[in-house]
Design a protein around this ligand. Sequence first.
Ligand code: DGL
Length: 275
Amino acid sequence: MTDNKQGPIGVFDSGFGGLTVLKEIERSLPQYDFLYLGDNARAPYGARSFETVYAYTLEAVQWLFKRGCRLAILACNTASAKALRTIQQKDLPRIAPERRVLGVIRPVTELVGALTKSRHIGILATSGTVASESYVIEIKKYFPDITAVQEACPMWVPLVEYSEFDCDGADYFVQQHIRRLLGADRLIDTVILGCTHYPLLEKKIRKYLPEGVSIISQGPIVAESLAAYLQRHPEIESRCSRQGRRDFYTSEKAQVFDRLAGVFYSKEIRCREMS
Ligand code: DGL
């Protein structure tokens, strides 16, 4: 039986980080309803195993579907890297063949070829995203001539979550990873921020990158790619409700989420606890 009901677009992240992506998506598509879920009680995902990230992400997707979402965005690089493909290929045909799940890695990798002149790219991400090699594999698929070098920055998520991203102490950790990335490949002219938290460190990252190196922040690219996707897929678009509603849920205590969410979303949030 065809499912014609409408529902919000689900946006999932391990915690707060997906709010940096949602903020940009909303700017391009303000008319749609969005339902955000942050798995703060089990964040960060960055150093967790494939099996765990996959299991948590699948649970989140099923929860969003139960709440009526016909389309869900994994606004988390680690979840996109470790769970998206299995969910799309193995789970969706079984649990919800007419619904869709998209990630945040492909939109950036599709575009990167148009942005680099030297054909040398740097990727900054969590240990989990780096270990999955998802960025490197996707870039090679679209642009076999590009050399992509990765650097895992495990301290950067805690720096942001403890509101240290603007402080002097952050300089040490930012400089350390930028130095390693450039040490691995001096020809890099484009750096991808492959983690939802890193846009908050962008000022510091810029400080340690040589002039002329571009930084790619994924929020605006994901937003543009989602708008194009909805245009190409009227069968999904027509199932996305459009009343400009925003609902936020967390697997943690609501006050824990609300206290920090504004840093990522640039607006105060009142969220609800997942049930
Ligand atoms: N949202 C995650 C990502 O983009 C960062 C936080 C985490 O490690 O859970 O990879």
